[in-house]
Design a protein around this ligand. Structure first.
Ligand code: PEP
Ligand code: MN
Length: 358
């Protein structure tokens, strides 16, 4: 913390400030300028309250030293950042939905998935070609060929794509294949070389929160990207690990308003990886939109039971359509709008599925 004394503050006033800092167990550094004196507290400053110093005679201002994250913080930019992915804006008035399968499997699967995504009203498509799997024996993704399959299917429906990158060395290939936004997954949130690499290029980054990361660590990860010059960052809360084992992760809804206050970057929510079960996705997605999320990232598969990855949590096309219909109502109830309306034919399906989804 630093305490800025008023010009002409008396020696006694400066000494009183020094004494209070020492009494709290901190070292003191005094800098006497021509005009005014600045007193710095050395050590863990969190126990010092600036307000208590500001009430002292001769003190003009007292403040904590800047937050460890700077570029992504509200201190740096008071307004909200809008990140455009293709033609879709995230962080503006509308709630965006990004949807698609966990992994890219076949051209036929991707074509049906793209149809479901577009009919459900999503404006962006997801699909993993490089998969971070817990087991080395599980399907690892189709790699660059998977990126091509994703782009082919999505472009038929005019959808920009978001897909996970795991290795900085693959970045050129992602850009060459026309990937519209790169996703950094929960397991790579602190892969600093990857963060630096995406920070050097001009491509939107969806930065998932590490499953055991604090908000400060998450924002510091975003700071790495911003520090390289790339400010097109979308933060994605996807559930964290806690003592609870009943479901895959705990969706930290509290993080939405907190991070939006702390940072100017848009915050979206992935309800699929949070709950880990399709039947939970609706409730968590509604909670996220009601809580002010700027968008959602939802796993949708033409035939969830046959999905090669994360089968339990994928929504079927009709379930997805029902969900976006419901989300449009939640958005409206909180004074916002879903970016794109689902196909009207899906509204009747939504009514039929309503009991099953709630
Ligand atoms: C994914 O989006 O498919 C994924 C692996 O997500 P996460 O990094 O949140 O587990
Ligand atoms: Mn997944």
């Amino acid at each position: 913390m630093i305490v800025v004394m008023e010009p002409g503050a008396s020696r006694a006033a400066v000494e009183a400030v020094e004494a209070r800092i020492r009494a709290a167990g901190h070292g003191v550094h005094v800098s006497r300028g021509a005009e005014r004196t600045i007193v710095g507290a050395i050590g863990d400053e969190r126990r010092l309250e600036p307000e208590r110093f500001e009430a002292m005679p001769g003190v003009e201002r007292a403040m904590h030293v800047v937050k460890p994250y700077r570029l992504v913080s509200r201190e740096c930019r008071a307004g909200r950042t809008v990140v455009r992915i293709g033609g879709a804006a995230i962080g503006g008035d509308e709630v965006q939905v990004i949807a698609g399968p966990c992994s890219v499997e076949t051209d036929a699967q991707m074509a049906s998935a793209a149809e479901a995504v577009a009919r459900g009203g999503a404006r962006l498509m997801r699909g993993g070609a490089f998969k971070p799997r817990t087991s080395p024996y599980a399907f690892q993704g189709h790699g660059v060929e998977g990126l091509r399959m994703l782009k082919r299917a999505a472009s038929v429906r005019g959808l920009p794509v978001v897909t996970e990158i795991m290795d900085a060395r693959m970045l050129d290939a992602f850009l060459a294949e026309g990937v519209d936004a790169v996703q950094i997954g929960t397991r790579n949130m602190q892969n600093f070389e990857l963060l630096k690499a995406v920070g050097r290029v001009d491509v939107p980054v969806v930065l998932k929160r590490g499953m055991s990361a604090t908000i400060a660590e998450w924002l510091m990860a975003a700071e790495y990207v911003a520090a390289g010059g790339n400010h097109r960052i979308v933060l994605c809360e996807r559930g964290i690990r806690t003592f609870e084992t009943a479901y895959r992760n705990v969706l930290d809804v509290t993080a939405i308003p907190f991070v939006q206050r702390e940072s100017h970057l848009p915050v979206i929510v992935d309800p699929s990886h949070a709950g880990g079960k399709a039947w939970m996705v609706g409730a968590l997605a509604c909670a996220a939109v009601a809580g002010g999320a700027d968008g959602l990232l939802v796993e949708v598969h033409p035939r969830p039971a046959e999905a090669w990855c994360d089968a339990d949590q994928a929504l079927a096309p009709d379930e997805f359509g029902a969900l976006t219909t419901r989300l449009a109502a939640v958005a409206a109830a909180t004074g916002r709008r879903l970016a794109a309306a689902p196909d009207p034919a899906l509204a009747s399906i939504a009514r039929e599925l309503e009991p099953a989804l709630s």
